[in-house]
Design a protein around this ligand. Structure first.
Ligand code: UDP
Ligand code: MG
Length: 329
């Protein structure tokens, strides 16, 4: 369409920020520079914007965003009423952008993802892709531990039935058209990496190098990574429940054989021996049952949260419509 009219797609870069006062002053000018360079190349509209989503930060992040918005019209910000986590922050930004632009690119604000990949992303969009995934080419800046756990995460996810793009995090281009369809995915438990492929449409991939964080600290320690993996799997797939059923069948068979063996032993008169093995078996079964109950409970919990249908984000403030306290008296 852009070729026919000479118009360029209007891009909104969506940047989630949580306690990023050290990083934001460094990376914000880089985002702006990228926006200008894309405009100069004639790839995007000059009316494109950078939208920061403050995810209930406890430091000066929101003040910094407000200052940025006051300094340059290309910067915009919205603030969530409290911290809701990375995924909800990105979602809030995307939904805010959806009616106001043609394409969005979501990217972390810590400077880890190579901004230059955006050129390629926009070009792929112009060639017809509605979604373009940013995929990490290498992981050599990561510690062995992060790399091992992160790559294990992708393998495990795929094994358990959540189809996700290998080594793709949340750096991606999504067109407004796809966001329109995505808005119909009303679930409360969101795992964007797994949900975006479900929306469909033509997609492409861009490889990029990921750097170290420019400043500040990662908000994804192992505990949060595990929680994200677990959420991803249970939001996208029923395979764990099916595995439990399979496991139950195998153990039933083993117990059945064990029972026959026990009866034969008892009939043979040597029943007292084997106390230790009985205890071991009982403990093992107890453990497995608890794990299985836990996994099922996790799904029941998800259903519980979904039935409440609580809002997935609450935007308390926007830089373009600042909140002023008014009194009636
Ligand atoms: N983030 C967020 N809310 C949170 C945690 C993180 O919006 O509760 C943002 C954070 O500001 C950053 C992005 O999500 O822009 C990714 O977080 P981080 O860099 O800490 O994760 P890592 O890159 O280490 O996986
Ligand atoms: Mg990071």
């Amino acid at each position: 369409m852009s070729d026919l009219t000479g118009a360029r797609p209007l891009l909104w870069i969506v940047v989630p920020c949580y306690n990023e006062q050290e990083v934001l002053p460094i990376t914000a000018p880089l985002f702006l520079e990228k926006l200008h360079s894309l405009t100069q190349q004639g790839l995007i509209s000059p009316r494109s914007r950078v939208l920061f989503v403050n995810d209930g930060s406890r430091d000066r992040t929101w003040e910094i965003i407000r200052e940025l918005a006051a300094q340059d019209e290309h910067f915009l910000g919205i603030s969530q009423s409290r911290n809701r986590g990375h995924q909800n922050a990105v979602l809030a930004g995307l939904m805010e952008a959806r009616d106001r632009c043609d394409i969005t690119i979501s990217i972390d604000c810590d400077g880890q993802d190579d901004l230059n990949a955006m050129d390629e992303m926009v070009k792929k969009y112009l060639e017809g892709c509605e979604v373009v995934y940013g995929v990490r080419a290498r992981r050599d800046t990561d510690t062995f531990f992060k790399r091992f756990t992160a790559e294990g995460f992708y393998h495990l996810m795929n094994l358990l039935g959540a189809e996700i793009v290998f080594n793709h995090a949340d750096y991606r281009l999504i067109s407004a058209r796809v966001l329109e369809s995505f808005a119909d995915f009303q679930e409360v438990n969101i795992f964007l990496r797994g949900l975006v492929p479900l929306v469909g449409y033509q997609s492409g991939t861009v490889y990029y190098d990921r750097h170290e964080r420019i400043a500040g600290e990662s908000h994804y320690p192992l505990r949060k990574m595990l929680a994200l993996a677990f959420d991803g799997i249970t939001s996208l797939s029923n395979r764990p429940i099916r595995l439990i059923t399979g496991l139950g069948a195998v153990f039933s068979l083993v117990s059945f054989i064990g029972a026959i063996w026990a009866v034969i032993q008892a009939l043979g008169g040597s029943a007292v021996a084997g106390w230790a093995s009985t205890i071991c078996f009982v403990c093992l079964m107890g453990g497995i049952q608890l794990i299985c109950l836990g996994i099922i409970g996790e799904y029941v919990g998800k259903i519980y949260m979904e039935t409440k249908a609580r809002p997935r984000y609450i935007i308390s403030e926007r830089t373009w419509e600042p909140y002023e306290r008014r009194y009636r008296g």
